[in-house]
Design a protein around this ligand. Structure first.
Ligand code: SF4
Length: 853
């Protein structure tokens, strides 16, 4: 037996060597002295075999003395698959079979050659003491971290036996697959293949979804991550607005381009409730009250329109702004005017015939109502009744929805002065092209879709889309359509027969405990018995940690597949060790703001007994009698299917090219810079940007009521719990928000001593005046609490935090807090539109409980 957790076995290479990397690479009890000693020992020879460099060699000078004979260093190509999504390409330097360091690797376009401190410390993740080495079974209580080593045969036969029993008694949908962003390479998609072959339930992790629910109807389904131009185009912007976006911490690739743009004369405006590192690179910092971004955007738009700074021609030609809406809220269509609808091409997804019944606009030229496709000069406002029907344009309804937020009113809500709102509007009107860069900063409140809609409407209405220097929205995500998801989710067996058995039902996480306890979902029997979790750590990253523990414990059988031990992994009944990123060959996309697909050479055989995701999935599938799927034969076969997409063919990206060139440009093979929506064609049914919702776009439907009238256009609802005059704030007077860390991505890198030394513990930042009122001094121990739980951390007094607001570091595990956990404080509830975890909508009390050490 080997106990795990903070005391589990050292990797064999360190045991053999007789020195301890435990002190140097674990995050707790770290001393600088022992850390540096261990770091120097890190380059000592190890015992990896079975790989060969694919890209030339290089002699290096060792740390132990110039002129000494040092072993030859081989250099492989590698990529960082962190959830920051930037995907840096790197050289992986290997000496005597061991990875000794990583460096930035030249990309075909050198402007994108870059790496951050996390990429530079990846070897420590590979050789870290918290690396899972063997399959293990739990022998202690869930969460205790006591495991016993077992063989792969025992692990797979245990899983197969358990799962077959559940399948026989409760059906395959009683098995759940959960994956998230722990590895953004290609191979974890094989878990989707497993879910499909077996017929499992796939449950999404419901992160950052308010953005999707806002943008998908505006720009068309699937296009929500393609709003940004590639980063090099930032140099064409006159103004860059980082709105709820903190690139100095979470998007360092982008920060570099923003700084270059500033050197060229661009103005960088940062809008955020808390003063952070990005503001050091801002020309104007606008501190907005947390959760009021929608109001700021709506008020700014009002001033833009008042001054005629909006782009009327763009609105008429490329948006649905002139579309007419009847009094009952439905769009006016040609069938309302007696024109018979036509049958169109079948819907490619459903195969059902489509109906062509165009929306109607008022044409100034003919002074009549016509199909929008036939109008030459559609009117935006004050349309007369059409065939006796009173109508308004989408634009008119948009302006009505923002009318209440004049600058003075908005100033009272947002904390941004009326003068500053007017100046921001002037910037949008006169200082373009403007790139409004947002990612997920304001995503984490109740009704956060309202903020995305309002900010994007401001950007689109000023014509800041589809041209150099102009973009509005997020560029963070997988390039939609790059992968052949149908191929891996409906895999073919060796006879070419399709297999697509995955359950279409996916309960939101906020209801998971109910489903597990009742065995029902949407009024139907829905017993859930077992879950496999790969590439995620919900105990650290989800809201309401106690709730997460409850639903974890309701599963009868938990499997976790991961590279390292996490606090979620300690709840596993069976733990499966996954190969590190450098131990597999794997293609990897960069986020949509960057233009390359990248390649990872296999640098070493998987350490210890770890296996690739594809191999683990194949073993489990075979254990259940599904041994006839060629795409699971190995990593190469799997990626051949995954990369068999129309988009990659169009751009000439093949696996062979990737192996050879290591980085291949996509989006624009002619090397022109990607300008999102350059053709001004959008994926909505009309091909235009839509401002109006006839029916609310609900991301999930469990029978919840939605205010359909309010959802039609722009609106703002305050944060549910954290708003100033909420019931919760009367009891818990502080708004608690969280901050991401530069040295970790979500909970990744939590095991790397180099990084933990920089920020060894989570802290609470508090305004000096609030600290004085509470008698808190720098470094004091404070308890943050509400009815859901508490966290105990050291206080950091920070004038950049607004009054009655605190921030708590996010991404730390339970044993890094003095006591408790940040995720104990947050609520699990979702608003009625988005499956969206709300990390920042949280009211807390705070008290000093002692002096810091
Ligand atoms: S964490 Fe992000 S920015 Fe840093 S090396 Fe990895 S991919 Fe690049």
């Amino acid at each position: 037996m080997s106990a795990v957790g903070r005391a589990y076995a050292l990797p064999a290479v360190y045991q053999e060597r007789g020195d301890s990397m435990a002190e140097s690479t674990t995050k707790h009890g770290l001393s600088r002295r022992s850390f540096i000693k261990g770091a120097a020992a890190f380059t000592a020879a190890g015992a990896l075999t079975g790989c060969s460099a694919q890209t030339g060699t290089l002699s290096e000078t060792g740390e132990d003395g110039a002129g000494e004979q040092v072993p030859e260093t081989q250099i492989f190509a590698g990529t960082c698959r962190a959830a920051c999504m930037q995907g840096c390409l790197m050289n992986v330097h290997v000496r005597d079979g061991r990875v000794v360091r990583t460096t930035a690797r030249d990309l075909p376009d050198p402007r994108y050659t870059r790496i951050c401190s996390k990429g530079l410390t990846l070897p420590f993740r590979m050789y870290g003491t918290e690396r899972l080495q063997y399959p293990m079974k739990r022998i202690g209580e869930r969460g205790e971290g006591k495991f016993e080593r077992i063989s792969w045969d025992e692990a797979i036969s245990t899983i197969a036996e358990k799962w077959q029993g559940y399948i026989d008694e409760f059906g395959p949908a009683s098995l759940v697959k959960m994956t998230c962003g722990g590895n953004l390479g290609a191979l974890p998609f094989s878990w989707t293949t497993l879910a499909s072959i077996v017929g499992m339930t796939s449950i999404g992790t419901d992160f950052d979804a308010a953005h999707t629910s806002a943008i998908s109807p505006m720009l068309g389904a699937g296009d929500m991550f393609r709003q940004q131009n590639e980063n090099a185009d930032l140099l064409n912007s006159k103004t860059i607005v980082s709105w709820g976006f903190n690139p100095a911490i979470s998007h360092v690739q982008t920060m570099h381009f923003i700084n270059e743009a500033r050197e060229k004369g661009a103005r960088h405006i940062v809008i955020d409730p808390v003063f952070g590192p990005t503001m050091n690179f801002a020309d104007w910092y606008i501190p907005v009250r947390a959760g009021t971004d929608a109001v700021l955007a709506m008020s700014t738009l009002g001033v833009v329109v008042e001054n005629n700074w909006h782009d009327t021609e763009f609105l008429k030609a490329h948006t649905e702004a002139p579309f007419l809406v009847k009094e009952d809220g439905a769009l006016l269509r040609m069938s309302d005017l007696g024109v018979e609808p036509q049958q169109g091409d079948p819907n490619p997804t459903t195969g059902e015939p489509t109906i062509i019944d165009p929306c109607v606009v008022w044409d100034e030229k003919t002074q009549g109502a016509v199909a929008y496709t036939d109008a030459t000069d559609p009117r935006l406002l004050d349309v007369p009744a059409v065939n006796g029907m009173a109508v308004k344009t989408e634009w008119e309804i948009t302006l009505e929805s923002i009318r209440e937020y004049d600058p003075e009113t908005a100033a009272g809500i947002t904390g941004v002065s009326a003068d500053d709102i007017r100046e921001l509007a002037r910037v949008y009107g006169e200082e373009g092209p403007v790139n409004t860069y947002n990612i997920y900063g304001f995503n984490h409140y109740f009704n956060a879709h309202q903020a995305y809609r309002a900010i994007d409407t401001l950007g689109f209405a000023t014509g800041n889309i589809g041209k150099p220097g102009a973009a509005t929205g997020s560029g963070n995500g997988e390039p939609y359509g790059m992968y052949n998801m149908v191929g891996i989710a409906a895999p073919k067996n060796s006879e070419g027969v399709l297999c697509a058995n995955g359950s279409p039902v996916s309960p939101p996480i906020s209801m998971l405990l109910d489903v597990l306890e009742s065995g029902e979902y949407l009024g139907q029997p829905y017993p859930l018995k077992s879950v496999v979790m790969a590439t995620l750590n919900p105990l650290t990253t989800n809201t309401d940690r106690n709730y997460t523990i409850q639903w974890l414990n309701k599963f009868e059988f938990i499997i976790v597949a991961d590279i390292v031990m996490t606090e979620t992994a300690k709840y596993a009944d069976i733990l499966l060790p996954v190969a590190h990123w450098f131990e597999v060959t794997e293609a990897h996309w960069q986020s949509t703001n960057l233009p390359f697909v990248l390649w990872q050479d296999k640098v070493a055989d998987p350490l210890y007994e770890s296996k690739s995701d594809v191999e683990i999935v194949r073993l489990i599938a075979e254990g259940l009698g599904h041994s006839d799927f060629p795409l699971l034969k190995n990593e190469e076969e799997f990626q051949k299917v995954l990369f068999d997409s129309e988009m990659l063919r169009q751009y000439g990206v093949t696996l062979d090219r990737l192996k050879e060139e290591k980085a291949v440009r996509h989006w624009t093979p002619d090397d022109s810079e990607l300008i999102a929506y350059k053709d001004l064609k959008f994926a909505t049914p009309s091909g235009r940007i839509s401002f109006y919702r006839e029916t609310p776009y609900k991301m999930y439907d469990v029978g919840q009521e939605v205010d359909a009238v309010r959802e039609r256009s722009l609106a703002w609802d305050p944060p549910k719990e954290a708003w100033i005059d909420s019931e919760a704030r009367k009891k818990f007077p502080f708004h608690c928000i969280s901050e991401r860390q530069r040295h970790r991505t979500h909970s990744q890198w939590q095991e790397v001593g180099y990084m933990c030394e920089l920020y060894p513990h989570p802290v609470c930042k508090i305004n000096p005046a609030d600290a004085t009122e509470l008698g808190v001094q720098e470094g004091d121990v404070v308890k943050i609490f509400n009815d859901r739980g508490y966290a105990v951390v050291n206080a950091l007094i920070h004038a950049g935090v607004p009054r009655k607001t605190i921030t708590v570091s996010r991404g730390y595990e339970e044993d890094e807090f003095i006591e408790g956990h940040f995720a104990n404080l947050t609520m699990k509830d979702y608003d009625n539109i988005s499956r969206n975890q709300v990390f920042l909508d949280c009211a807390v009390g705070i008290e000093r409980i002692g002096e810091g050490e």
